[in-house]
Design a protein around this ligand. Structure first.
Ligand SMILES: Nc1ncnc2c1ncn2[C@@H]1O[C@H](COP(=O)(O)OP(=O)(O)O)[C@@H](O)[C@H]1O
Ligand SMILES: [Mg+2]
Length: 261
């Protein structure tokens, strides 16, 4: 059942349109009003994400991207506007794996919280471990994994929550360039196997174009939608595709102009 989050209260569940998992209408959010100097993080954002669609949100650092994801997941309520969303899970910017749990137990955490037995939770997680190229690392601890592997485990944990909407907050932001490209390819394959509705926040325009069905470009703070780009390019995409390059340049120009034409 979808949830609607209204200003200053978490209102009861509401049916969303059958083909739309996320809808934001004119959403704004500020911080610190109680201390006088308000910081407006997000201003008047409207967007929709269809079932099974991958929307990438790009914008400069500090423009309100994380705030937007928290609004979508219902972790925050908007000051103005409305948020309607099917059950959603946030994969936070840092992987936040628990150091004392093995990779498989970290991945299966949501299942354990849902009161599955350890054996059943591990069994469910193990299937995906193999499917998503993590077999052999089930019993490794986070400290024994590379940055890319940790992100895969964190992504698996997000998938295993069973929510229909995945909100990914700069999942590859901390990785080196080569690992980042590998992880982008891995994510495209993982989502082809396990389709979900995805909102992917990134500051990497190329990553957005390589992965997304649509790219929303935000202005500097307060984040406003300044452009939406349709990415109608079949997978697998190549960074060197003329269409990829054209869209990348267009998004970069929009970012550089920051909404000023
Ligand atoms: N809990 C908070 N309290 C006060 N200010 C915040 C809080 N979270 C974010 N901000 C401010 O809101 C703005 C947007 O933050 P954020 O959503 O994290 O942007 P982004 O993810 O695009 O970097 C920033 O100026 C940030 O400092
Ligand atoms: Mg952020």
């Amino acid at each position: 059942m979808p949830t609607e989050v209204q200003p200053r209260e978490h209102s009861p569940h509401r049916e969303s349109s059958a083909r739309e998992d996320v809808r934001l209408k004119d959403v704004s959010r500020s911080y610190g009003r109680e201390r006088g100097g308000a910081i407006q993080a997000v201003a008047g954002v409207s967007l929709a994400v269809g079932r099974g669609e991958l929307l990438a949100v790009v914008g400069p650092s500090g423009c309100g991207k994380t705030t937007l994801l928290e609004l979508i997941c219902g972790l925050q309520a908007p000051d103005r506007g409305s948020v309607t969303c099917a059950p959603a899970v946030l994969m936070p910017q840092r992987d936040l794996l628990l150091p004392w749990l093995s990779a498989i137990d970290n991945a299966a955490l949501a299942l354990r919280i849902a009161r599955l037995s350890r054996v059943d939770a591990r069994r469910r997680a193990a299937t995906l471990f193999a499917e998503l190229g993590l077999d052999g690392f089930e019993h490794a601890y986070p400290r024994e994994l590379s940055g890319g592997m940790r992100q895969r485990v964190a992504f698996l944990r997000t998938l295993l929550s069973g929510k229909s909407v995945l909100c990914l907050d700069e999942p590859f932001g901390a990785l080196d360039a080569i690992t980042r490209v590998e992880m982008q390819e891995w994510l495209a394959q993982a989502l082809a196997r396990e389709p979900r509705t995805v909102v992917l926040v990134t500051h990497d325009v190329e990553e957005a174009i390589m992965l997304a069905d649509r790219v929303a470009v935000l202005s500097p703070r307060p984040g406003r939608m300044i452009e939406e780009l349709e990415v109608d390019i079949p997978h697998p995409r190549a960074r060197t595709d003329a269409e990829v390059i054209t869209l990348r340049e267009r998004a970069l120009l929009t970012l550089r102009l920051g909404g000023h034409r």
